[in-house]
Design a protein around this ligand. Structure first.
Ligand code: ADP
Ligand code: MG
Length: 248
């Protein structure tokens, strides 16, 4: 398993000769097998940070290093260690649920292995009955579950999620939030979860990172057990203190 250490990370974009700073001196430790949520207003740099972590974008300054518990992992291809789940499921419409989930595996595994892995996650995510369905035949919540299933089949050390529940209704949202917690507890993954929803950040995160205008303005450790009660005094206290920072 692996975590991440981000040091002095900066990113600026050049828009028609004007430098736009998206990330400024980001320092963050994401511990192995931890669930970190990143929360902040739209445009504060959350997506840019995830894109740099998974190598879709290059930083302007600073560095990111993996922290390993198991030395053997160091030799593994670094691309294999991190995977990202986007807000929209990005499924292939011409493949069934089962085939979409199997897609990252077919190059490197034999038929039986692929079958076993896909069925494990179809079951875990309650998708077994829909394995023959095409993306156009399932709901948005289910499609997002397939997208998560595809990532779990790929089996990265670190899963990055960029507002994966942003497009869902409140009912599906809270159902999937619980599933993310189950997956985290059962699979011992390192999860970095981006959201603009403070309640979601507190419900899910062991550590909450608050961003504003390209800076980290607060890091908070949440020492509450799962599942958390969003109407409890402690939850509301944390929420109020985070909102104060974000809205200041
Ligand atoms: N490819 C890009 N080119 C230019 N500017 C960008 C690009 N991607 C992001 N930005 C800018 O970087 C800032 C942070 O964006 P983003 O990381 O998408 O924020 P968030 O995900 O928190 O909404 C914004 O000001 C955005 O306009
Ligand atoms: Mg974003």
């Amino acid at each position: 398993m692996a975590g991440l250490e981000i040091k002095k990370l900066c990113k600026s974009f050049d828009i028609k000769g004007t430098k736009v700073s998206a990330l400024n001196n980001i320092n963050l430790l994401i511990e192995d097998e931890s669930f970190v949520t990143i929360v902040g207003k739209s445009g504060c740099g959350k997506t840019t940070l995830l894109r740099i972590i998974c190598g879709l974008e290059n930083q302007t300054e600073g560095n990111i290093s993996f922290i390993y518990r198991d030395e053997k992992l160091k030799e593994k291809d670094s691309k294999k260690k991190v995977s990202i789940v986007f807000q929209e499921p990005r499924l292939m419409p011409w493949l069934t649920v089962e085939q979409n989930m199997a897609f990252p595996l077919i190059k490197n595994k034999n038929r039986q292995e692929v079958c076993d892995i896909v069925h494990k996650y179809l079951n875990m995510l309650g998708l077994e009955k829909f394995k023959e369905a095409y993306p156009s035949q399932i709901s948005g919540g289910m499609a997002q579950r397939v997208s998560l299933g595809r990532t779990l089949c790929y089996n990265p050390e670190i899963i990055l999620m960029d507002e994966p529940l942003g497009a869902l209704d409140a009912f599906n949202r809270s159902k999937l939030q619980r599933e993310f917690i189950n997956i985290f507890l059962e699979n011992k993954k390192t999860i970095v979860f981006v959201t603009h929803d403070v309640d979601e950040a507190i419900y899910l995160g062991q550590k909450i990172v608050v961003m504003d205008k390209g800076h980290i303005i607060k890091k908070e450790i949440i020492d509450m057990d799962y599942y958390r009660d969003s109407s409890s005094n402690k939850f509301l206290e944390i929420k109020n203190s985070l909102l104060k920072e974000i809205l200041a």
